[in-house]
Design a protein around this ligand. Sequence first.
Ligand code: 5GP
Ligand code: ZN
Length: 138
Amino acid sequence: MKDENCIFCKILAGDIPSYKVYEDDEFTVILDAGPATRGHALIIPKDHYKNLYELPEELAAKAFVLGKKMITALTKALGCDGYNLVQNNGAVAGQTVEHFHLHLIPRYEGDDAGFGWHMGSLDAEDAQAILEQIKGAI
Ligand code: 5GP
Ligand code: ZN
């Protein structure tokens, strides 16, 4: 399952070069071309699914298990101090390539990878409203 207009499908087909970290039957892991830190990699399923909403549950589970395997090996290999696993869905969430991928971002003491969020505060009334709003949805 490919999308001929998708840059990741082109990479997986070998039409666009990439630096391959790992490959199995269902996933390829490549270095990100615009790394947040040294060693930033992407887990990409070989079949084209737009995002986590569309990714089959079985592949979603396998992607996270592979994430664990990768960061366990790469923390030692790269000598990093921690890892962020980031996964964006939708342009508003920062997704720029519409082929599901899981970012593996090594973190180094003192690095300046500036992503995160400003912590707000959870208001008790709104917390109740949120629970009411999502009741029955899951
Ligand atoms: P998103 O913003 O969709 O979560 O992440 C897309 C990622 O793909 C970005 O971190 C970007 O640097 C990376 N990327 C975009 N085009 C290419 C490419 O042609 N090759 C590689 N290796 N990474 C790419
Ligand atoms: Zn694709």
